[in-house]
Design a protein around this ligand. Structure first.
Ligand code: NAP
Length: 120
């Protein structure tokens, strides 16, 4: 059983995270959207219950920022609000640490506190 679970594993962040975990010989379960859709609360509950991770990395956002306030608004809300809420709820219920990576659209990178050394 691995301690780390990744959702949205086929995206850019998901790929990079898997590379870092492999570099550090840390076992993980990486799930693509086909394997776990974070907007499906029952599926999220079932998968977290099955895998029992210590840490859950959310790499599964809606990222089409240019469409997020018009034609993509409904999907944006479904994935980024409801999907993230599903992960937060299940993580809280099951005592799992949830990691959500933000963006320089919000934070400009001047915070020196971050580190990619402690992944678990
Ligand atoms: N990439 C960067 O340079 C960068 C920089 C700073 C911050 N970030 C942050 O990192 C996060 C990830 O960004 P990214 O660049 O990795 O995005 P990305 O390449 O667009 O990957 C997003 C992933 O989420 C998956 N996904 C979408 N809806 C899903 C759902 N309902 N259930 C499960 N998976 C779903 C996508 O799967 P499909 O492709 O199958 O739809 C895709 O694999 C974002 O919050 C972003 O703001 C990224």
């Amino acid at each position: 059983m691995s301690k780390v679970m990744i959702v949205g594993a086929s995206g850019q962040l998901g790929h990079e995270l898997q590379r870092l975990l492999n570099e550090q010989n840390i076992a993980f379960d990486a799930l693509t959207e086909k394997e776990l859709d974070i907007t499906d609360l029952d599926a999220v509950k079932a998968k977290v219950t099955e895998l029992q991770p210590a840490v859950l990395y959310d790499c599964a956002p809606y990222t089409a920022v240019d469409k997020a306030e018009d034609e993509g608004k409904t999907l944006n809300w479904l994935v980024n609000v409801d999907g993230t809420k599903n992960l937060a709820q299940v993580a809280a219920e099951q005592g799992v640490k949830l990691v959500y990576v933000s963006t320089d659209y919000i934070f400009d990178g001047t915070n020196k506190g971050g580190s990619v050394k402690n992944l678990v």
